[in-house]
Write a protein that binds this ligand. Sequence first.
Ligand SMILES: [Fe+2]
Length: 202
Amino acid sequence: MNSNYIIDIKYTNPILEWVLNKNNRDKHITVEPEHEGYAVFRDNLQSNPQDLIESGFPYKELYNIAEEIKLFYKLPQDVKIEPNYGYLVCYSINEHQVHAHNDPNFYYEGPDESLIEDKPDNYLSDVIHTRFNLLISKPLEGGNPVISEIEYNVKENELWRCLAGVDEHYTTKVIGSKPRIVLSFGRKIKVGQKGKWKVITK
Ligand SMILES: [Fe+2]
């Protein structure tokens, strides 16, 4: 849902510039999701991979945004990072659309294969895979999140929250020449906190 809370460009611009550099994308953002249209993403940014550090990826700004999200949504100080995708960036262009899906509430495809759990897709224990997102580049048209069949017309750099483990979500199609670049911070949120947030983010 919309938050009306805008992250300052002093934090997002260095990341935006890094992603808009095609050289960086070609070298470091190479995973193509199974979505319609063209998209590439890089997940688990918070694992500080050597190639990203050496490329000058703006980690200071990334962590500043992560902290600001924690403060704005009043997340517990010890809130855990969601381990499948963690913090991720996704770049997409004309015609890209994320298909309708839920994200796993358990260790499904994280980087450590020894931790992978065999559970039903809709498994839910006491934590919800929750994603706190912002578009650091919003397309001329489209690219909005749709959560439980409600489209949210988010502004560039506006935070939104998606209970990705329980609410089906997708995006509207990216139209035009400006790319869609999303930063997405995954957290494991205790089920009992869900009710409190609805008030916080209204
Ligand atoms: Fe998702």
